[in-house]
Design a binder for this molecule. Structure first.
Ligand code: AGP
Length: 611
């Protein structure tokens, strides 16, 4: 999704804005642009279709600017081209604006502005907003701040914006509703961005703007104000705890590869400090635990990979704590007739904490009086702020568009939550709980999965030309299959579908031929025999079989599978994580072999902050 960086201070803003845009590249974009105010109080705007590197080459270095706004655009309204790239200007060319989000009522506003003889240059909803601000500023006897407020009060939809005005060369205004914006503060320097990644290297003091808040930065001071009224609001400055390392690829070619390998550390990090005296501790839920433990019904809502983790969470919670769990895509939950009330718990899962559909689902649940719990990776994100309580996944910044380490940490949090519920509701014996919490041996075994990376590479080479894949698993491993298929689709552009293994006979089997590989996730558990039958069904139709199992020296599997990956034997639950890591590596190596940009797959955005 689009990214915003803005700077006001005493330094030359081009390098700060460009390195900020580079940091935001992981979000996905198709064009980029910068607007600065020069020493003659004129706007200097440069925009390019394509990569930030192209924008960088187009910038002239003949002037130094201390105030500027920059943007990476992911097209929604209007094609991805230079004209539609941000920043956009008003007709007087005094006001420049960058915008994340969508202005839903842009059409009637545009018609109104056209009737006032305002001419448009682009096809974007964003230009409508800046022209409206310009209209109020130039015709309404309003000052800069008033005209921004007047325009924002008339737009529907979502916005995170930063605006400059050449009549106010010391001023920068930012505002948000629905689309995140962060303000970084250093002595006499101000940084604004759509997430903290462009800011962390300069300052740890930040303010997460809340919905309907504006930051009005003037000379060396700033105010937080309301979009709705001309009133000042408290400045809630927080200290962030992010390492710059999270944004470096280190020895890896791609962030995704680094993040897959990081799971050796991120999984223990999610667990650390959360198990004490053979009990689960989830501090973030303690204030609401009496409501949570007596829940009659739980909804889990999320999108994409986080939704797959939700399906695994359902299995854990129903199995251990005997509470019925419904898992719904957030995009459906927000419009469905969900049966939620004050006795319902709604768990929202999100890596970024900014996914628009997940936030809408949370708001709906809050409005119905349900207790909302966030499982989220980004401290201070909208999900963490809008849910009543929550648990952080603590796996560090995830840069690769394809989610990997966040998925396995989400599974771990859901496992701990299910066990804690079971402990409180006395639906698990002390011995069994102790066994489930003795995770250390399983975690140590993650390292050995990576010893098989060369074998996985060979499998990737063999199948990279396939046009379709089937991923099949049962129980807990059905969502693992869904996630494996999603990873392959996202980064290799190979069509893949995940199915419960036994469902395969009810339709997808028609697809099987010698060119179609099926990936089976087949641990030696109570469904093993059934899965063997499913494998045989595919084999007899000449389909290629790749199996991931924990069954060592398994003659039957050796005989049936064209390719076999054996992960260390642990419990049923850790197997789901091990198999997920293997599937991440398989997707990664297939995409790498096809020479694709693994971290920034086409059309995808890291954080989907529009509906
Ligand atoms: C995962 O690989 C995806 N890129 C995507 O499905 C993602 O999981 C989804 O957009 C939800 O994101 P979130 O966890 O940040 O809410």
């Amino acid at each position: 999704m689009c990214g915003i960086v803005a700077y006001k201070g005493h330094k030359n803003c081009h390098p700060i804005l460009l390195s900020g845009l580079k940091r935001l590249e992981y979000r996905g974009y198709d064009s980029a642009g910068i607007a600065c105010i020069n020493s003659n109080d004129k706007l200097v705007v440069t925009k390019r279709k394509g990569k930030v590197s192209e924008l960088k080459s187009a910038l002239s270095n003949s002037e130094i600017y201390n105030l500027g706004i920059a943007h990476t655009r992911w097209a929604t309204h209007g094609k991805p081209n230079q004209l539609n790239a941000h920043p956009h200007l008003d007709q007087s060319k005094k006001i420049a604006l960058v915008h994340n989000g969508i202005i839903e009522n842009y059409d009637p506003i545009k018609k109104f502005l056209l009737s006032k003889k305002i001419k448009f240059k682009s096809e974007t909803d964003t230009e409508v907003l800046v022209q409206l601000i310009g209209y109020f500023y130039n015709n309404g006897k309003m000052n800069f701040e008033q005209s921004v407020r007047a325009a924002l009060q008339r737009v529907d939809g979502a916005f995170g914006i930063v605006i400059l005005n050449t009549d106010y060369p010391d001023m920068m205004i930012a505002a948000r509703k629905g689309s995140p914006l962060v303000l970084g503060i250093k002595e006499n320097e101000f940084f604004i961005a759509s997430d903290i990644s462009p800011i962390v290297k300069y300052t740890k003091d930040i303010i997460y703007l809340k919905d309907s808040e504006m930051a009005v930065i003037n000379k060396k001071s700033f105010k937080i104000k309301s979009v709705d009224k001309d009133i000042s609001l408290p400045k809630n400055i927080e200290k962030i705890d992010f390492k710059i390392d999270d944004y470096d690829k280190g020895k890896y070619k791609y962030f995704m590869h680094k993040e897959i390998h990081e799971q050796i550390n991120t999984i223990p990090n999610t667990i650390n400090g959360r198990i004490k005296n053979e009990s689960v501790l989830l501090q973030g839920l303690s204030d609401y635990w009496n409501i949570i433990e007596s829940a009659e019904k739980i909804y889990i809502t999320a999108c994409g990979t986080s939704w797959h983790a939700g399906l695994i969470g359902k299995n854990f919670i129903e199995r251990f704590a005997n509470i019925p769990v419904h898992v719904e895509y957030a995009s459906e939950f927000r419009y469905n007739h969900a049966l939620i009330d004050s006795k319902t718990i709604v768990i929202a899962i999100s890596q970024s904490g900014e996914t628009a559909d997940t936030l809408a689902a949370i708001r709906k649940a809050n409005n119905h009086g349900a207790l909302t719990i966030g499982i989220c990776n980004i401290a201070g994100s909208s999900v963490s702020r809008e849910t009543k309580c929550g648990v952080y996944t603590r796996c560090g910044h995830e840069v690769g568009v394809a989610s990997t380490k966040a998925f396995t940490s989400q599974i771990v949090v859901l496992y701990l939550l299910a066990l804690k519920l079971a402990e409180s509701r006395k639906t698990i014996s002390k011995e069994s709980l102790k066994r489930h919490l003795d995770y250390k041996k399983s975690v140590n075994k993650i390292k050995s999965i990576f010893k098989q990376e060369n074998d996985i590479k060979k499998i990737a080479k063999k199948y990279k030309k396939a046009n379709d894949f089937l991923y099949l698993g049962r129980g807990l491993n059905f969502p693992v299959a869904l996630e494996g298929a999603l990873k392959l689709k996202e980064i290799s552009y190979i069509h893949a579908e995940g199915y419960p293994a036994a469902e395969m006979k009810h339709g997808p089997i028609a697809l099987i031929d010698k060119d179609m590989p099926s990936v089976f996730i087949a641990p030696k558990d109570k469904t093993y025999e059934k899965i063997i039958s499913n494998i045989q069904e595919i084999k007899s139709r000449k389909g290629k079989i790749i199996v991931i199992t924990d069954s060592k020296n398994d003659k039957v599997l050796k005989e049936l599978a064209n390719d076999l990956i054996v992960v260390p034997k642990t419990n049923h639950y850790a197997f789901a994580i091990f198999a997920s890591i293997v599937l991440q590596l398989l997707a990664y190596h297939i995409a790498l072999d096809k020479n694709l940009n693994v971290d920034q797959p086409r059309n995808l955005a890291k954080s989907v902050s529009v509906e």
